[in-house]
Design a protein around this ligand. Structure first.
Ligand code: LLP
Length: 420
């Protein structure tokens, strides 16, 4: 939670009063504090203590140009999962040797882009993908640097995160199974176009304990030790997943994960080896809010509904993962709080942000907190709703505004198909 209240009691993010942002850009609007995002990159970087490392920001968490450029300016690279994300990272000025590319089903066109850009590592996710990557390298008459993404097969109970965002267990589509690793390794070595430079894993997201991350890292380092004499690896990538406090607590910081992994690396005998991590959520979630206006209040029987102009199309996390985000009034709270069910306008019962204690009256704007990650990037135009605006604040000022599209733009776009 990165918001506070100013002397007048108004909700503030990054030194800017959110009611002023609403007056400027309307609602629903995502607001992000770029200065805080930058500080987060510096904190993770410092935790490496001068060791060779790459903080590869997982662009999928928040792909807004100002955000990607801000993390890049602090020295971060990028973890991308599609051709457009790769093009975005390059366009934001991230050098190719600081970009890693994961994905279970990269198309030939996407692989061609990665081969042409000569990125740090195409992270191969199956034995079968090896031949496809080699074929694209041959077509371009290039050698390509690859890493093997390993599925560390940590059991779901140890992972202890929402099943929808756990990736490193044996029923997940991601990575090469431990039992197939030998085959993937030999397949890569057999292709003269492929240069094996690393091993990688990503075990899941929103870990509020270090244990699952360290268990996965240990398995990765054990595999690296088995093959190190046959392939000179240049990096080991332990993925993203550092959790944040959505209000239920998170006793560990990103730096704690990094320090734990460094210790594991040293124990495995890889001191000096470049470590890569792929944080997404932890760099942006707490530094963004979704600003929304109250449209309708409704009291029916015992229930008090607060109907706002942001819906599941703008922020799908509650509907998709039963996630809870704190919701607070933007204006100074001026009445006793009562339980209210905050819901959006979308015609689905799951368009429900949950019950919150909010002042009985006296506010027209709310901020949905910790919405800087997987908010805008997962938004859709469902129900004919324009994608929300985005406002970027820095040093107590609004730095950029990306306005919301006009509702008529959606109507025009839908009607355009099939028109003579
Ligand atoms: N690396 C890879 C290969 C990934 O698949 C992901 C996230 C990350 C890094 C970054 O993980 P993070 O540090 O953000 O936990 N939409 C979900 C989260 C999905 C995460 C997908 N992969 C949510 O809103 O909770």
């Amino acid at each position: 939670m990165a918001t506070s209240r100013d002397a007048r009691g108004r909700l503030v993010l990054g030194g800017v009063a959110l009611e002023e942002v609403a007056a400027l850009a309307g609602t629903p609007t995502y607001v992000y504090d770029l200065g805080a995002v930058r500080a987060g990159v510096r904190e993770i970087t410092a935790a490496f203590g001068g060791d060779p490392h790459l903080v590869a920001y997982a662009v999928k968490a928040n792909s807004a140009g100002p955000v990607v450029r801000a993390v890049a300016a602090e020295g971060a690279g990028a973890d991308v999962v599609s051709g457009p994300e790769l093009a975005l990272a390059l366009g934001a000025g991230i050098s190719p040797d600081r970009i890693v590319y994961s994905g279970v089903a990269k198309t030939d066109a996407e692989l061609d882009l990665a081969v042409a850009a000569q990125i740090r590592g195409v992270q191969i996710e199956s034995v079968e993908e090896v031949e496809r990557v080699a074929a694209r390298a041959r077509a371009a008459s290039r050698r390509v640097k690859v890493a093997i993404r390993v599925n560390p097969e940590v059991d779901l109970e140890t992972l202890a995160t929402h099943q929808g965002i756990a990736t490193g267990h044996d029923d997940a589509k991601f990575g090469v199974a431990l039992s197939d690793f030998g085959r993937a390794f030999s397949a890569v070595l057999a292709q003269p176009e492929l240069e094996l430079v690393g091993l990688t894993t990503h075990v899941g997201s929103q870990f509020t304990q270090i244990e699952p991350y360290v268990v996965a890292a240990r398995r990765l380092f054990e595999l690296a030790a088995e093959v190190a004499s046959r392939a000179p690896l240049s990096y080991l990538d332990t993925g993203g997943g550092f959790g944040i406090d959505y209000g239920q607590g998170c006793p560990v910081a990103p730096a704690d994960f990094v320090r734990a992994v460094r210790a594991e690396r040293d124990r495995a005998g890889f001191g000096g080896m470049t470590l890569v991590c792929e944080p997404g959520r932890s760099l942006v979630a707490s530094h963004g809010v979704l600003l929304s206006r109250v449209v309708q209040r409704k009291v029916s029987g015992e229930r008090r509904w607060l109907m706002i102009d942001a819906g599941m199309n703008d922020l799908v996390r509650p509907a998709m993962y039963q996630a809870r985000h704190r919701i607070v009034p933007v204006e100074p709270p001026a009445a006793p709080s009562v339980g209210q069910r905050v819901v959006g306008p979308v015609c689905e019962s799951s368009d429900d942000f949950g019950s919150c204690a909010l002042p009985e009256r006296g506010f027209e704007l709310v901020a949905i907190l910790d919405a800087g990650a997987y908010g805008y990037t997962m938004a859709s135009a469902y129900n004919g709703r324009a994608l929300p605006a985005e406002v970027f604040v820095e040093d107590g000022k609004v730095a950029f505004v990306r306005p919301r599209a006009a509702a008529s733009a959606w109507v025009e776009e839908r009607l355009a198909a099939g028109r003579a």
